[in-house]
Design a protein. Structure first.
Length: 223
């Protein structure tokens, strides 16, 4: 199912342009004013692009009106931005500002980044069970038969990545870039050592091998 965007701006040209650009990837709802944006927000979009300077009910008022009922990211579109305006927007509940005129590809990248972040937060809010092992992604805890397994931050990050994508093979380079980031100061050999430690810690509580080596390819979660 496609994710849903709500685009609200009083300039029809901008709304139509954004709808045409985003429609191949997302379900797009449109609003040409603040009151209409408030009504359309009831459909629970995954992200809202909201013009600040709409006549009548402006973007700040819309954001304040819907924020208690809508938890998705709200990105303000604005022709100019002073520090005081930006502060007011964040206090109203905005998540980001996009300055007009904007580059469509950059805007799309911002939208995708916010949606990925929301997806990660949703995943982490759940507890998943893999036989005798339970992973609480919100509390960042691991238990086996009810006993806590103490993992370091990076060890949990690796286990989280693999367990949320059970069956998918990740090579060491991809794991390193995902967990440490492209600016990490180590190298992919670090992944091997962390996985060795995770396996050793889990082995104290279970005979099942949850992290499987796929020779010549990498590692995968063995649920």
């Amino acid at each position: 199912m496609k994710q849903k965007l709500l685009i609200a701006d009083d300039e029809p040209g901008i709304v139509d342009m954004l709808k045409a650009y985003f429609s191949p990837q997302y379900d797009v709802l449109t609003a040409y004013g603040g009151e209409e944006a408030i009504k359309k927000a009831g459909s629970q979009p995954d992200l809202i692009l909201l013009d600040v300077n709409m006549p009548g009910t402006d973007g700040l008022s819309v954001c304040k009106a819907i924020r208690e009922h809508v938890s998705c990211p709200i990105l303000f579109l604005t022709a100019r931005i002073e520090s005081s305006d930006q502060l007011a927007g964040f206090q109203a509940g905005a998540d980001d500002y996009i300055l007009k005129p904007f580059d469509l590809d950059e805007l799309a990248a911002r939208v995708a980044a916010h949606l990925r972040r929301e997806e990660r937060l949703r995943r982490r809010s759940t507890v998943r069970f893999f036989g005798e092992l339970a992973v609480d992604y919100s509390a960042r805890t691991i238990t086996v038969h009810g006993e806590a397994v103490a993992l370091s931050r990076r060890e949990f990050d690796i286990l989280e990545l693999l367990s949320l994508n059970a069956g998918q093979v990740f090579d060491r380079e991809r794991i390193y870039e995902t967990v440490w980031g492209i600016d990490g100061s180590g190298n992919s050999d670090t992944v091997m050592e962390h996985i060795r430690k995770i396996r050793a810690k889990l082995a104290r509580y279970t005979l099942h091998s949850y992290i499987e080596t796929v020779w010549g390819c990498g590692y995968k979660w063995n649920a």
